[in-house]
Design a protein around this ligand. Structure first.
Ligand code: FES
Length: 140
């Protein structure tokens, strides 16, 4: 029986290896669905936390070692933690500001990845836990 509070967005078979990703549009949001090195799947908003560029276009899929913004070249590890800022851009980092990717709730079952409808009990249940802060050196 289907759960109207969640929507299937991606077939897990399309993400067989670490770094495989797919861009999906669901509930008015563009999301990146990314296979992790431990085999799990995470979802992120398809929006750069720096200046809101889109990482990838709707329907795009592929495989990456890291997630890189096409606008200024900042990059994130597959789990969404800020990894690298090109030289010169570090002065643009706001002190104490968190630039990790914005996680979205996902659930894998029956060979599919589901995203909960915002505002539902499923969304509350699946709400992602924010990873430990990834502040850049020099921040307090
Ligand atoms: S907008 Fe993405 S790195 Fe600047």
């Amino acid at each position: 029986m289907s759960d109207p509070a969640t929507k299937p967005v991606c077939d897990l078979a399309r993400l067989p290896g670490a770094g495989d990703f797919q861009v999906v549009d669901v509930f008015g949001h563009s999301l990146l669905i990314v296979r992790q090195t431990d085999g799990s799947v995470l979802g992120f908003h398809n929006v750069c936390p720096h200046r809101s560029a889109r990482f990838a276009t709707p329907g795009m899929s592929g495989s990456v070692r890291e997630i890189t913004c096409p606008l200024h070249g900042w990059s994130w590890s597959l789990d969404g933690r800020l990894k690298k800022v090109p030289p010169g851009w570090d002065r643009h980092l706001g002190a104490g500001q968190d630039y990790d990717l914005i996680r979205v709730a996902t659930e894998s079952r029956g060979g599919l990845v589901f995203v909960p409808r915002p505002g539902t009990e499923s969304a509350d249940r699946l709400r992602p836990q924010r990873p430990a802060s990834n502040r850049m050196s020099g921040d307090t």
